[in-house]
Design a protein around this ligand. Structure first.
Ligand SMILES: Nc1nc2c(ncn2[C@@H]2O[C@H](COP(=O)(O)OP(=O)(O)OP(=O)(O)O)[C@@H](O)[C@H]2O)c(=O)[nH]1
Ligand SMILES: [Mg+2]
Length: 399
């Protein structure tokens, strides 16, 4: 579906335990991120520190261990699963004599690979330039330049050697252009609102199954793959459910510690999420990292001003957990959680029911405010404690 540059860089991953928890989950996520960017993971160096070293992030001994690992595996790239300061990155590259990138650069790189729409490309370029702006001083002169490597791909790469002034101008131009596109987007959205269509956005951690669900619901053929950030551009499709019309949008997935430059650059796209009537929060219920992922998604939602948009939790991948398809309702009778499998289609009908209810309430509500979608559902659906195969982890879900 998209061409992938055969970069085949041989990478060594570095994961330090700084006491934030979920170290194993963070590491397997980094592995998936690196593979999604086209690298082959040759080795992993792990360590533990109370706090990052100001000059090298890791300690001296650890840096030596990384150097030795690079030699043994003949690797040419080091990826830190942390945010490195420009100075730390520069010092590490000098010490290790190879390219060192951090988690932010890696994520930006994947975004550069995936961007397809005009707006998406502009957004990625803006994020890359903003990330580069602080790092511009170093240049790449102490390294052999390698076009197309991880962290150097995408529209931002051509600006690498441009001076700050030009870079500033480009950033300004991109912002203006994106603001224009944002206004057009808003106009389209208002027209939709007038037509009384319920707008529903799929949100969730990357790889949760949003695109798969989008496809089975709309048969649209959005790109779904076992890769992080397979989807970058927002795709919307109209959907007919019993209660009325729904516009369903599939969009970029979230990840913990989403780079701020990225959040800022994707403002317009994310705004679409924030202005939805209902969010379908898709969760990979089979993931060991599930609860942390839910939390990370809710955190990003709060950051982009979507913390108050009503959510229906979609407990996806029940084919892996062997949970039964079911719904859970709140005290007002609103469906708050649906157990289903986007892959096998089990429980999909229940989600359609939930959407039909929300669409019905949206159409019949007198004041179509942002929350009109599901908040009044209780009025005509009094607490029918329906088929809730309540799982033991219900308590961990607050939203
Ligand atoms: N077993 C199982 N796998 C699923 C299910 N739904 C999705 N998947 C798989 O999970 C992987 C990710 O699915 P996507 O639909 O691309 O996930 P996404 O949330 O759109 O991911 P991004 O666009 O990368 O953020 C794919 O390999 C899917 O085949 C499901 O119900 N059961
Ligand atoms: Mg997707």
């Amino acid at each position: 579906m998209f061409e992938r540059p055969a970069s085949g860089e041989r990478a060594v991953l570095v994961q330090l335990d700084l006491g934030q928890g979920a170290v194993d989950e963070r590491l397997s996520e980094l592995q998936l991120l690196a593979t999604s960017a086209g690298a082959t993971v040759e080795a992993v160096v792990r360590g533990r520190r109370a706090a990052p070293d100001s000059a090298l992030f890791a300690g001296r001994g650890k840096v030596e261990e990384i150097a030795e690992t690079l030699r043994v595996h003949d690797a040419d790239l080091v990826i830190f699963n942390h945010a490195l300061s420009p100075a730390q990155q520069r010092n590490l590259e000098r010490a290790l004599e190879c390219r060192v990138i951090d988690r932010t650069a890696l994520i930006l790189d994947i975004f550069a690979l995936r961007a397809r729409s005009h707006e998406g490309k502009l957004q990625v370029e803006l994020a890359q330039l903003q990330h580069l702006a602080t790092r511009l001083v170093r240049g790449w002169t102490h390294l052999e330049r390698q076009k197309g490597g991880i962290g150097l791909r995408g529209p931002g790469e051509t600006q690498l050697e441009t001076d700050r002034r030009l870079l500033g101008q480009r950033v300004k131009m991109l912002k203006t252009r994106l603001a224009q596109l944002g206004r057009q987007r808003q106009t389209r959205r208002r027209q939709r609102e007038r037509r009384d269509v319920l707008s529903v956005s799929l949100v969730g951690y990357t790889n949760a199954g949003k695109s798969t669900l989008f496809n089975t619901l709309t048969k649209a053929g959005a790109y779904a793959a076992d890769q992080l950030f397979a989807t970058l551009d927002t795709t919307s499709r109209k959907l007919f459910v019993g209660g009325g019309n729904v516009v369903l949008s599939d969009t970029v997935g979230f990840i913990r510690d989403l780079p701020h430059a990225l959040v800022a650059a994707f403002e317009a796209t994310l705004e679409e999420t924030a202005s939805a009537d209902v969010l379908l929060h898709v969760v990979d219920s089979a993931s060991e990292d599930r609860d942390a992922q839910i939390e990370a998604v809710n955190q990003v939602l709060a950051e982009i001003g979507a913390g108050d948009v009503p959510q229906i939790l979609v407990w996806n991948k029940i084919d892996l957990t062997r949970a039964a398809p079911a719904v859970e309702r709140d005290d007002y009778g609103r469906i708050r959680r649906v157990f289903l499998s986007a892959r096998t289609g089990e429980g999909l009908g229940l989600l359609r029911d939930a959407l039909a209810e929300a669409a019905h309430d949206h159409a019949s509500s007198a004041s179509p405010g942002p929350e009109a979608g599901v908040t009044h559902a209780g009025a005509e659906a009094p607490a029918q404690a329906a088929s809730s195969a309540t799982s033991p982890d219900t308590a961990s879900i607050q939203k």
